[in-house]
Design a protein around this ligand. Structure first.
Ligand code: COI
Length: 345
């Protein structure tokens, strides 16, 4: 649909941080007695749940992050929502949540966007509408075991760049003091526990003036896993390299960039990346829905510092990838892989 006629919220769109701005509605589905309810669009931002809910005690919850955009010709589109539906199902299966069916996931996302159209940032501002689907174990249960009831909800909030300054390089620190996941843990699932486990490492980095930290594989501390907020990619000559590991969240942005890189004639590799190898990379990026591609200008590893290009501006390949990805998302470049889903009222 064209959103040109919808009066936008009065926000300073171009200066939005990656923060929370309350929007008008969220959409909720309840799982009870073995089945999901129909969706309810509500304006209440609070949820009422038992203090004995398993999501609160045993961390039985999973979530997603995706974005919607206003295109150059005024349509509202969401990027690769079907992939987020599948990833949420994988997370749910791992922690014994009844998987949210794709139709419900997509309907929830579409309804949440359609109900909050005035919060979709205007085209050209660089901002987007961030969509946060969340599923939590509800009901009351104190013994360890999966919940009997669940809530799946979708809320949206307009956001700007995750890291200050937008598409600008940041410094990274390899944190070996704390792990975000265990070798056979849930590092490949989007569950809150991974982010909780990573908070200490992130704060450790922040205290030392590193906006982002990088984790190595939890078994050997030798191979690159991922950043605190996003996947790692390395560029070497004409290669797009991303680490292969069982403890990495499969980023949809990374997957999309790998396709774009191949479209641009690059050699795409997914393999183990020894931290020692990083010194030879031409460019490094942190990639994810929130991070998009955040160029990394240096990585501090023990007593060494690997540097990549200028600390002032992104390298040429990251710039090309960023440009292509963001133009596909905003309808300025052909959506040749069918990644955009148009939102209809
Ligand atoms: C996302 O990129 O969507 C995430 O959920 C990462 C989070 C740290 C904002």
């Amino acid at each position: 649909m064209k959103s040109a006629k919808i009066e936008k919220a009065k926000l300073d769109w171009a200066s939005l941080p990656f923060g929370y701005v309350a929007t008008d509605y969220n959409v909720r589905y309840y799982f009870k007695e073995g089945k999901w309810s129909g969706g309810e669009t509500v304006s209440d931002v609070n949820i009422s749940l038992s203090m004995a809910a398993p999501s609160l005690h045993y961390g039985q919850q999973a979530f997603e992050g995706l974005k919607a955009f206003e295109t150059a010709d005024g349509r509202i589109v969401v990027f690769r929502a079907d992939e987020n539906a599948l990833r949420l199902q994988r997370s749910c299966e791992r922690i014994f949540i009844p998987p949210v069916p794709t139709e419900i996931f997509l309907e929830g996302v579409e309804r949440a966007i359609a109900a909050n159209l005035k919060f979709v940032p205007p085209h050209g501002t660089g901002a987007s509408l961030y969509i946060r689907p969340l599923v939590i174990g509800t009901g009351a249960k104190v013994g360890l075991g999966p919940a009997d009831e669940y809530l799946f909800l979708v809320f949206v909030t307009p956001v700007g760049p995750y890291y200050k300054g937008g598409f600008k390089p940041v410094k990274a620190l390899v944190v070996e003091e704390f792990d975000r996941t265990a070798p056979l843990g849930v590092g490949d699932c989007k569950v809150g526990g991974n982010y909780a486990a990573g908070l200490r490492g992130s704060m450790y980095g922040h205290d030392r003036d590193y906006p982002i930290v990088l984790y190595l594989d939890p078994r050997e501390k030798k191979y690159i896993d991922e950043f605190s907020t996003s996947n790692f990619i390395g560029i070497k000559e004409n290669g797009y390299i991303s680490p292969d590991s069982l403890t990495i969240l499969p980023s949809i942005t990374n997957k999309s960039l790998a396709v774009i890189a191949a479209d641009m004639g690059m050699k795409v590799e997914k393999r183990k990346v020894d931290i020692a190898e990083v010194e030879g990379f031409d460019e490094v990026g942190a990639v994810g829905t929130a991070a998009v591609i955040t160029p990394i200008c240096s990585i501090k590893y023990r007593n060494r510092e690997f540097t990549f290009g200028s600390p002032e501006s992104a390298g040429p390949v990251a710039s090309k990838l960023y440009d292509r990805l963001t133009k596909i998302q905003t309808g300025e470049y052909e959506d040749r892989h069918g990644w955009l889903r148009e939102i209809r009222p």
